[in-house]
Design a protein around this ligand. Structure first.
Ligand SMILES: Nc1ncnc2c1ncn2[C@@H]1O[C@H](COP(=O)(O)OP(=O)(O)OP(=O)(O)O)[C@@H](O)[C@H]1O
Ligand SMILES: [Mg+2]
Length: 585
């Protein structure tokens, strides 16, 4: 019960209401189905023995009320009624199941989207603590699994469960003894089977989930580091990592299917024995085969409907059980951290226009006794930093690797929140409320530039819908980054040239310049370069730095470098060591 509640909590109130409506339809479906079965009894009674009309007050009443004159006509009429009921019941079932499947499958979309948003809108530190391939696994694989192996069969199980209940109720009315036997034997058998395999199901579910993550991780890492894999000849190691996870995943998947189905065959034998027993008992009591045919037909038909229903309910319960670890983790992910922000198509368009108000920056950025500690460690990566950045000057930030340069600009960029101290701009403190407006001032060229498998233009106008890309802004940015000439003269389709995954079709220097152009597209007032040139040879580095130097005095520049020579043109140079600023000049 608790697991069903948890599963339901993954959906929005509206989705839960839709589900409730569907369930009402499902109950209606169950009643129609039972009515169909119920009508077969009288039909068979009359077919086997027309004289039975006289013997049954109910049949006689119908016979006389509708003015039948021959038992043959009456039989035909009864047959038509049974047929009509079966047709209606099946039509309604088709209709209801269409809605059930549609509802379930669309939840694959809505749930995955909500999860995607929930992750995407988390603050930056969340991504320092979570493996992104695990996030992708949840969104792309686990949600899908949950829908196809739990929600959809679960709804079907509920529907079939209703039918089973209605059939049992009908059996109780027509023969309480047989009904009790059915409930005790079949219900008991399934309940026992479930109790026996319950623990195993949970373990299988946990291992399945972990193996699925491992599978995604192995594939992602192998292709992500494909160059290293090739050079080091490490294909076998990655193959093995993937094979192990994939084998375990598939085997657990198979076990879950098997455990959901095997009891069916055992219980079918039981049911068959039960029918034989009923026949023997009935004939023993009545001694006339003809008179028990109608009863047997009803029981056989009821059993024929009841067995698959019970089986589906059982399988649903088994799958729900194996999905518990996934439900728990999705439940946790959807309910912790920052709530997903509401965005819409219109927001995408509005943001593309770049007219959100920027936090005014006309004089100075002040960093005051600012310290920072990463959540998962004790070390003070930044220790009482004091810094003044005057508008339209260039700041150089140098220091040994690991001294905290990237962390410092991440804090200034508002990606990380200072543990102590503050950052203010023109005397206004940067707070969560004005963070977005603050960040709009920045263009950022990271140490590792991530290019998407798209055109040069779309990589420069990053995250902007194709129809809203401002080509003038693209070209202006590309010119400043000394990229324009190259794009126009050397690239096969100019700005429409595809750069390949992560920009593999570009050289390191070209990628870097696309990164710079991207940072300049929205004409920021501050440009931050995190070792934007350290991976380049000195000639290319010089060319890129020349491009940057043209911005001196026009933009505020924060340039991080290993070597002081890279930033010798800067107005102020800060030297950093183990999280402290030790010199400036
Ligand atoms: N997510 C993190 N969690 C914990 N510690 C971290 C994290 N990221 C970085 N660090 C630690 O913080 C310190 C500063 O890292 P940072 O990336 O700021 O150095 P850096 O000066 O930019 O180095 P480099 O010149 O090599 O880029 C390092 O000791 C690093 O190990
Ligand atoms: Mg760094």
């Amino acid at each position: 019960m608790g697991s069903i509640k948890k599963l339901l909590s993954l959906f929005t109130p509206r989705e839960r209401r839709n589900l409730a409506v569907l369930m009402v339809a499902v109950v209606g479906m169950a009643f129609l189905e039972v009515a169909g079965i119920g009508a077969i009894g009288p039909f068979m009674t009359v077919a086997a023995n027309p004289a039975a009309i006289e013997g049954s007050p109910r049949l006689l009443w119908v016979y006389e009320t509708f003015g039948f004159t021959s038992s043959r006509d009456f039989l035909i009429a009864l047959g038509l009624v049974v047929f009509a009921l079966v047709v209606t019941s099946n039509a309604f079932t088709t209709f209801t199941m269409y809605w059930v499947y549609r509802f379930a499958s669309m939840r694959n979309h809505t749930l995955a989207l909500r999860l995607f948003r929930q992750y995407l809108y988390q603050p930056y530190p969340y991504f320092l603590d979570h493996n992104t391939s695990a996030l992708s696994t949840s969104i792309l694989s686990e949600v899908n699994q949950l829908i196809t192996s739990v929600l959809r069969p679960g709804m079907e199980a509920l529907a079939r469960g209703m039918v089973a209940l209605a059939i049992v109720a009908f059996l109780f009315v027509s023969d309480p003894v047989v009904a009790s036997a059915v409930v005790v034997v079949l219900g008991g058998a399934y309940a026992a089977a479930y109790l026996i395999i319950r623990k195993v199901l949970t373990r299988i579910g946990t291992e399945r989930k972990d193996a699925n993550r491992a599978r995604f991780k192995a594939a992602g890492e192998a292709f992500g580091a494909v160059k290293d894999v090739k050079i080091l000849g490490k294909e076998p190691a990655f193959e093995e990592a993937f094979a192990n996870a994939s084998r375990l995943y598939s085997w657990r998947q198979a076990q879950r299917q098997i455990l959901g189905t095997v009891p069916k065959h055992v219980i079918e034998m039981l049911a068959f024995g039960l029918i034989v027993l009923v026949v023997v008992v009935l004939i023993g009591a009545d001694e006339s085969f003809a008179s028990v045919i109608p009863a047997i037909t009803v029981y056989a038909f009821a059993g024929y409907r009841l067995m698959p229903a019970l089986q589906v309910v059982f399988r649903g319960a088994a799958h729900l059980r194996t999905a518990l670890p996934v439900i728990d983790s999705l439940h946790h992910d959807l309910n912790t951290g920052v709530r997903e922000a509401k965005t819409s198509q219109r927001d995408v368009r509005r943001l593309a226009k770049l007219d959100e108000p920027r936090l005014p920056f006309t004089r100075q950025i002040n960093v005051k006794s600012m310290s920072f500690v990463y959540a998962n460690s004790q070390a003070r990566v930044l220790d009482s930093i004091n810094m003044t950045i005057t508008k339209d000057t260039a700041i150089g930030l140098v220091g040994a690797t690991g001294c905290g340069k990237t962390t410092l600009v991440d804090v200034i960029l508002g990606l990380l929140t200072p543990t102590a101290g503050s950052i203010s701009v023109d005397g206004v403190k940067v707070r969560p409320k004005n963070l977005r407006n603050w960040q709009l001032n920045f263009g950022y060229v990271p140490q590792q530039i991530y290019l998407s498998d798209d055109t040069v233009a779309h990589n420069i106008a990053f995250g902007i819908p194709a129809d809203l890309v401002n080509m003038q802004a693209v070209q202006r940015a590309a010119r400043i980054a000394h990229l324009h000439e190259f794009v126009v003269n050397e690239m096969p389709s100019g700005y429409d040239t595809l750069v390949g995954e992560r920009g593999v079709r570009l050289s390191g220097g070209q990628r870097q310049r696309v990164g710079i152009a991207r940072a300049l597209y929205h004409d920021p007032s501050v440009l931050v370069l995190d070792e934007a040139t350290s991976a380049l040879d000195s000639v290319t580095e010089q060319a890129v730095m020349d491009a940057i130097h043209e911005l001196l005095g026009k933009k505020t520049l924060i340039i991080i470098a290993h070597r002081i020579t890279t930033v010798r043109e800067a107005d102020v140079i800060y030297v950093m060591d183990s999280g402290r600023l030790i010199a400036s000049g």
